[in-house]
Design a binder for this molecule. Structure first.
Ligand SMILES: *Cc1c(COP(=O)(O)O)cnc(C)c1O
Length: 417
């Protein structure tokens, strides 16, 4: 990835791209929503399909010259159907937020009611946050996790649904480390005659690989991101039964978007093909085994994990008990200095501000892509503990930075690039 053509035109951007590649290679990417796609997906997303307008859908476009765009989009759709067992798939949403937007726009009127998980408890901006269009167009009420266990409070959700009478119940989360009982949430939605949107943005790859329970065929609508646990490049996807296919398609285009980003649709097609290979299932299993190992290591170092552990690709650490004087933001900054990149995160029962919360969230999709196993992830747990226990100690941070570089060299990224 020498970006030679960029360099000829724009050395400043070429430098930034090269530095970014270096950064990804030499540091640990533990932001739970990030991953490293293959060179094949990078090439597809960086292709001349960026030039092509393809408003409409395969076989029925508003522009000429779409025969290859059609081929690419049909491949993406067919592969997604096979991966998820979905009846209908729309691969055009620019990202996960736009996938959610399509579902709301298709099924709700302004002023209708959304019942979703509180952002502090692991929800997402596009589920009704006041700063997001969802919080401004719809009436929103939010359910929570059980403050004692950190698990979803399904009974509390059911009670709230009866009282609030929502038009749609949203499940699927950004910082929830446990498996999700989709049927129970579907029952809640059915009981109050609401739709159920299951947003699997974070766990798209785990669901595709069958290592996390699937809401496809259970929930009315399933949305996802294609760049988190599945390595299909930046984008979004909506799945539903045939009965809602036309509503969803017209809510994506022309409802909420113009021309699809066909280069990204090509990335999705390639990434989905990779995810259909047996190696992808091994990858997804390793992601979960690695998160479990990381969680165990952190617990052994005295950290408190929300829900006590994990069933998926991430752990959520509540620093308040073990390190009452350390905020998530402080931890994030010191860890970044040591080459460990993750994010401060709100925790259930948050007592600080969302800008400097009480927790950190750490995921293993990126590390697993570059070859980390359970032993490596235990070691990463040791390194995280060493930094947070010695937040102000520059010598310790420098030592950890060296250990990080060694781990990176042992597990190289984009080797042939
Ligand atoms: C990441 C995420 C999304 C989508 O985010 P985009 O950045 O728009 O792709 C949607 N829902 C949840 C729960 C998420 O975690």
């Amino acid at each position: 990835m020498d970006h030679e053509h960029v360099r000829e035109v724009d050395p400043a951007v070429a430098d930034a791209l090269e530095n970014e590649l270096d950064r990804q290679r030499s540091t640990l990417q533990m932001i739970a929503s990030e991953n490293h796609v293959s060179r094949a997906v990078v090439d597809a997303q960086g292709s001349v399909l960026t030039n092509k307008y393809a408003e409409g859908y395969p076989g029925s476009r508003y522009y000429g010259g779409c025969e290859y765009a059609d081929e690419v989009e049909e491949l993406a759709i067919e592969r997604a159907k096979e991966l998820f067992g979905a009846e209908h798939v729309n691969v055009q949403p620019h990202a996960g937020t736009q996938a959610n937007q399509a579902v709301y726009f298709a099924m709700l009127e302004p002023g209708d009611r959304i019942l979703s998980l509180d952002l502090n408890h692991g929800g997402h901006l596009s589920h009704g946050h006041p700063a997001n269009f969802t919080g401004q167009l719809y009436e929103v009420q939010q359910y929570e996790v059980d403050p004692e266990t950190g698990y979803l409070d399904y009974d509390g959700l059911a009670e709230m649904a009866t009282e609030f009478d929502p038009d749609i119940v949203v499940s699927g989360y950004s910082a929830y480390p446990r498996d999700i009982e989709w049927e129970r949430i579907q029952d809640v939605a059915d009981d109050v005659d609401a739709y159920h949107l299951a947003d699997i943005a974070h766990i798209t790859g785990l669901v595709a690989a069958g290592v996390h329970s699937s809401p496809v065929g259970v929930a009315d609508f399933v949305t996802g991101s294609t760049h988190k646990t599945i390595r299909a490049g930046r984008g979004g996807i909506v799945m539903c039964d045939e009965e809602y296919a036309d509503d969803i398609d017209s809510a994506v285009f022309p409802g909420g978007q113009g021309g699809p980003l066909m280069h990204n649709v090509a990335g999705k097609a390639v990434g989905f093909k990779e995810a259909l290979e047996p190696e992808f299932e091994e990858y997804a299993e390793q992601v979960v085994a690695n998160a479990t190992a990381l969680g165990e290591s952190l617990s052994e170092h005295g950290f408190s994990l929300v829900s006590g552990g994990t069933d998926n690709h991430l752990v959520l650490v509540d620093l308040r008990e073990s390190h009452p004087d350390v905020s998530g933001g402080d931890a994030e900054d010191a860890l970044e200095e040591a080459g460990i990149v993750l994010n401060g995160n709100t925790v259930p029962g948050e007592t600080r501000s969302p800008f400097d919360p009480s927790g950190i969230r750490a995921g293993t999709p990126g590390l697993t892509t570059r070859g980390f196993d359970e032993k490596d992830c235990r070691e990463v747990g040791d390194l995280i503990a060493r930094v947070i226990d010695n937040l102000e100690d520059e010598a310790v941070i420098a030592e950890v930075r060296e250990e990080v570089e060694r781990l990176c060299e042992e597990n190289p990224l984009y080797e042939d690039a």
